[in-house]
Design a protein around this ligand. Structure first.
Ligand code: CTP
Ligand code: MG
Length: 234
């Protein structure tokens, strides 16, 4: 039987958010944004431990009370220059601390996705628990896609057939994911599936919804807040 672990890379600066505070700590419903990502993973009974990868110079984490999660939560101060490096460093450090087996599942989830529901998380785990490769939550692209040129003119319209937006969690077995991330160390990738794809494998797309969007720009924060408030007061 494989175990399930979660790993949250939270060592970014949130440059597109244009706020001095790294976005994972921006207030969202009276909590730092990362609280919501941790909480969603914490409530899943199959996930036995959540690793949070912080920047080595993080001085925000300790300002909050995380004791409600303490039985499952481990912080690792080993974030790197990119998301991929933060994840790989986190995986390496987590293995040193804990009994993680080669074939145990790791669910990598962005700190900046506060609206993940227990239903989507459960669906991901159920659909992938017996999968050879692993996969991720994703949604089919909805908008018409334009390829622009340097003059802000449309070069052409891209077909959106079979195009998906990748979300997180992304779920892969420990050894496969570490091998994949080491293999792509010199390539710019922005998610875990890209690393696995580079090995010639085909991660599975598990249908999600757009509520699980990534808070990237300032206006995204207000939208996330509305979604969470509506869930708390239906
Ligand atoms: N991340 C990380 N280490 C990095 C960069 C990103 O752990 N060096 C984490 C972020 O903290 C976030 C997740 O990866 O939880 C997704 O990244 P993104 O949304 O791009 O966050 P940032 O890189 O912080 O934002 P930006 O790209 O706008 O600077
Ligand atoms: Mg980034």
């Amino acid at each position: 039987m494989s175990n399930f672990f979660a790993l949250i890379p939270a060592a970014g600066s949130g440059s597109r958010m244009h706020n001095e505070l790294p976005k994972q700590y921006l207030p969202l419903n009276n909590r730092p944004m990362i609280y919501h990502a941790i909480s969603a993973l914490f409530q899943n009974h199959r996930i036995t431990r959540i690793f949070v990868v912080l920047a080595p110079n993080d001085n925000e984490w300790i300002k909050y009370d995380w004791s409600e999660f303490s039985e499952k939560l481990t912080t690792l101060n080993c974030g790197g220059a990119t998301r991929a490096v933060s994840v790989l460093n986190g995986l390496t450090a987590a293995k040193q601390k804990n009994l993680i087996g080669a074939s145990d599942w790791i669910l990598v989830h962005d700190a900046a996705r506060p609206c993940l529901t227990s239903i989507q998380l459960e669906k991901l785990i159920n659909q992938l628990a017996d999968d050879e490769v692993g996969g991720l939550l994703a949604v089919p692209v909805a908008d018409t896609l334009k390829r622009g040129n340097a003059e802000y003119r449309i070069a052409h319209t891209e077909s959106r057939e079979n195009l998906w937006q990748a979300q997180t969690p992304q779920m892969f077995r420990y050894d496969l994911l570490t091998t994949a991330l080491r293999n792509t160390a010199n390539i710019h990738i922005t998610d875990d599936a890209s690393a696995v794809e580079a090995l010639g494998l085909r991660p599975k797309l598990v249908l999600s919804d757009t509520y699980n969007f990534k808070v990237t720009y300032p206006q995204d924060l207000a939208l996330a807040e509305l979604i969470i408030q509506k869930r708390n007061n239906p």
